[in-house]
Design a protein around this ligand. Structure first.
Ligand SMILES: Cc1ncc(COP(=O)(O)O)c(C=O)c1O
Length: 448
């Protein structure tokens, strides 16, 4: 069955409910699916996402060649397993896991799975400590800022842990050291610090949080381990903030996750989780699979998943080296801070962050702007193809609505200039005509 340009409106060649009785030719099927996808946004203009939207053709070719490899088949694809191991070693070095018996870790489908594994290890270790001390193991809690990404709330709900979210403030829209320490008690399995915040891109003060937890333990309080959710920052800070101590240099940091598919510069989905040493990962969470007739320990939620992303991660490491990563992340940061500055100069906007941590910043409308909302700005930018999300900040500053821009590899200074020009036009139009839609929550369709 051929598809024609002028199909009647009731044409039902795209199945919506039932599996069609007969199939169609490969070209027709491809065109049908491509037509559906025309309505998706343009990923390169998607400033809502932290996730990689551009890779070199050579990386694409490698991924294409590995699409059929299942990561779990370590026996069949030993070299893919070896590349995963090398990536873990490289990340261990980058994150300064030098001491003890060395870092251990694995790849995942993304940071969400990596956070689940990091959180599970915290829960298991807390339970072991409670059992050893003959104390009850009920009511575990996890301390984090109200600005955490939804995966942590998910983790708490799925594994029956109290999500102890510390409210944030306009001055500190993230977890502070005092807030973290004050929320801990003997039932706390761990504290999560974020590098950096999904809502506005700032690094949380990991060193200060670690010091406050050290002081808590030293004063006879609970001895609470720290997990760093470095979903984005794990691939940014080592290159452009080498002096910043947020990683295994801090003895309190037990585990770290990062998304290879964010600033690790790989297409989705790949994440990483590392523990500072083998002892930080409870043995009974590990499953053993046969590997070349030997034993390969694994820790994962999924069994099968693609090997192509692991291969692509290794490619980015060898292709770019430290200096290549540094150059790309610095350029993204320069574009983010430059763009934030230009947006602040437009008049109606105030910066909530300025792109000087993650190459990500958020901005709001000044109090005196009443005729339109950030949702109007987001919608009107969309008419030009830009995807700039508008949403409310978390508990503590929930009445603040912001727009956020994530700058990634492949977003040029020219595109940044075009965005400022379009934003200027949108503002002029809104100031002249105002909004014709009420600024209520129903328009906040973006979720973290
Ligand atoms: C801080 C943080 N943690 C976790 C996640 C979840 O990561 P993923 O999308 O890789 O599952 C995100 C995603 O934006 C994030 O920003």
């Amino acid at each position: 069955m051929a598809l024609h340009r002028h199909q009647p409106l009731d044409d039902d060649s795209a199945p919506r409910v039932d599996l069609p009785r007969a199939g169609m030719g490969a070209d027709d099927a491809r065109m049908l699916v491509e037509n559906e996808l025309l309505l998706d946004g343009n990923s390169r203009l998607n400033l809502a996402t932290f996730v990689t939207t551009w890779m070199e053709p050579q990386a694409r070719a490698l991924m294409d060649a590995c699409l059929d490899k299942n990561m779990i088949d370590k026996d069949e694809y030993p070299q893919t397993a070896e590349l995963e191991r090398r990536c873990v070693n490289i990340l261990g070095e980058l994150w300064h896991a030098g001491e003890g018996d060395g870092a251990t870790g694995c790849s995942t489908t993304g940071s969400s799975e990596a956070c689940m594994l990091g959180g599970l290890a915290l829960k298991w270790r807390w339970r072991e400590r409670r059992r050893a001390a003959g104390l009850p193991e009920d009511r575990p809690n996890l301390v984090m800022g109200a600005n955490v990404q939804v995966c942590w709330e998910k983790f708490c709900r799925y594994w029956d842990i109290e999500a102890r979210c510390v409210p944030v403030s306009a001055e500190h829209p993230y977890l502070t050291a005092e807030g973290a320490a004050a929320a801990c008690d003997e039932h706390t399995i761990g504290v999560v610090a974020i590098l950096g915040s999904t809502f506005e891109g700032s690094y949380e003060p990991v060193r200060e949080i670690a010091a406050a937890l050290d002081a808590l333990a030293a004063s006879g309080g609970p001895d609470v381990p720290l997990h760093v959710d470095a979903a984005s920052g794990g691939f940014v800070a080592p290159f452009v903030d080498p002096e910043l101590e947020w990683d295994f240099r801090l003895p309190r940091v037990q585990s770290i996750n990062a998304s290879g598919h964010k600033y690790g510069l790989v297409y989705p989905g790949i994440g990483w989780v590392l523990w500072r040493e083998k002892a930080a990962l409870p043995e009974d969470l590990i499953f053993h699979v046969d590997y070349l007739g030997g034993d390969m320990p694994t820790f994962a939620l999924n069994f099968s998943r693609p090997g192509a992303q692991v291969v692509a991660q290794y490619y980015t490491f060898v292709r770019l080296g430290f200096e290549g990563f540094r150059g790309i992340q610095q350029r993204s940061r320069d574009i983010a801070t430059g763009l934030a500055g230009r947006i602040a100069e437009l008049g109606p906007f105030a910066l909530v962050s300025d792109g000087s941590h993650l190459p990500v910043f958020a901005f709001r409308l000044r109090e005196e702007v009443t005729g339109y909302s950030v949702y109007d700005v987001s919608e009107q930018l969309r008419a030009r193809g830009w995807i700039v999300p508008a949403y409310r900040m978390p508990e503590g500053i929930h009445d603040m609505a912001v727009l956020r821009v994530c700058i990634r590899n492949g977003f040029s200074g020219d595109l940044a200039r075009l965005l400022v020009e379009d934003l200027q036009r949108v503002v002029e139009r809104l100031e002249k005509h105002g909004s014709n839609v009420p600024a209520d929550d129903s328009r906040a369709s973006f979720h973290h």
